[in-house]
Design a protein around this ligand. Structure first.
Ligand SMILES: C[S@@+](CC[C@H](N)C(=O)[O-])C[C@H]1O[C@@H](n2cnc3c(N)ncnc32)[C@H](O)[C@@H]1O
Length: 330
């Protein structure tokens, strides 16, 4: 690689935070819905309620640099990615998950402290607001809608009748599974503040009468019994190995013989050299949790073996997400 290429690649890493903040600022200002029709910088500044035309022009030009927005004769308009992902209600709406990531700006700024102490860091703002919780839970739905479709392409859920979605949040997976299997009933277990958001999501579907939202704390409560399918999606990264082993044990107890456990997470290779998303996400857990991490397939297999599950099966769902499937022996 010649020096120019080397310096360009290095600058992409060094300046990455600027690109993120351009997107966060434009999204939080509500610029993308405005750019569904073409506007000048002055018109955008006016529509935002008298923002600085100079500042808005620079932000819009930087969106052009990121190829999110096009500019013709001084008028700006959303490009394809902005129209489909950055406008609320768009087909691939990612606005909640981006807002959720924007909330992580301050804590990620304290990464070095987290690395030095091995402990989570706190944002300087007060306790998590309802806006922040909603961005998190609805952000999970932004991602899950697409993962659920990919999961259902890989898995036949028709044999299952009673599903439990542990830490199911907005209920996106449970809803997708119920839509795929009219004979299934599902329960989403989550914290009390989260349940109203999940119920809202379910209300706009045709499966709400087969879906129950139950308040519970997965770290202390038992999971009941009689389930033949239990999903643990994007949960294990929040906890240390001991808690995960205990969650898997409680799931084993709650499953009927022949029942299936699906663990979905950003599983990394055994030597922890990839995929990149899982390696970087581990730091997100260092920053925000006491003991969370990303795990290897070998570690997850160890927990299911210890609980008494049969041999597990690994399934690549997306470049960053894998499933570990294990059945309780009949
Ligand atoms: C990363 S989200 C995953 C949501 C969903 N399973 C998915 O994959 O889209 C973690 C979920 O676990 C829930 N959660 C966190 N701590 C919990 C606890 N102690 N008991 C029950 N749910 C909890 C959160 O409210 C959130 O809905």
């Amino acid at each position: 690689m010649d020096t120019q290429d080397l310096l360009r690649d290095l600058d992409e890493i060094t300046s990455g935070y600027q690109r993120s903040q351009i997107l966060f600022s434009a999204l939080n200002a509500g610029i993308f819905p405005l750019l569904e029709e073409s506007r000048t910088a002055q018109e955008v500044a006016d529509a935002l309620g008298g923002w600085s035309p100079r500042g808005v022009r620079m932000l819009l030009d930087s969106l052009v640099a990121l190829e999110l927005v096009s500019k013709t004769d001084g008028r700006y308009r959303n490009g394809a990615m902005a129209s489909s992902c950055l406008v609320p209600g768009a087909p691939t709406d990612q606005t909640h998950i981006i807002k959720h990531k924007a909330f992580g700006w301050e804590t990620w700024g304290k990464l070095q402290d987290a690395v030095r102490t091995g402990s989570p860091v706190q944002a300087d703002r007060p306790e998590q607001s309802s806006e922040e919780l909603r961005a998190f839970i609805c952000g999970m739905a932004d991602i899950a809608k697409h993962s659920a479709r990919a999961m259902l392409e890989e898995l036949d859920v028709s044999p299952y009748r009673r599903m439990l979605d542990v830490g199911g949040g907005p209920g996106t997976y449970a809803i997708a599974f119920l839509e795929a299997n009219p004979d299934m009933q599902a329960t989403v277990l989550d914290l009390p503040d989260v349940l109203p958001i999940g119920r809202e999501h379910a209300a706009s579907t045709t499966v709400a009468d087969r879906l129950t939202f139950t308040a519970g704390d997965m770290t202390t409560d038992s999971f009941g019994s009689g389930y033949d399918l239990i999903l643990l999606s994007n949960i294990i990264h929040s906890y240390g190995p001991e808690m995960n082993r205990e969650l898997v044990r409680k799931i084993y107890d709650a499953l009927e013989p022949g029942g299936l456990l699906i663990i979905k997470d950003f599983l990394v290779s055994d030597d922890r050299t990839g995929p990149p998303f899982g390696l970087i996400f581990a730091l997100n857990m260092l920053i925000h949790t006491e003991a969370g991490d990303t795990y290897t397939t070998a570690e997850v297999c160890h927990w299911t073996d210890a609980a008494g599950f049969g041999p597990g099966r690994l399934l690549d769902l997306t470049p960053q997400t894998r499933l570990w499937l294990a059945e309780k022996p009949r």
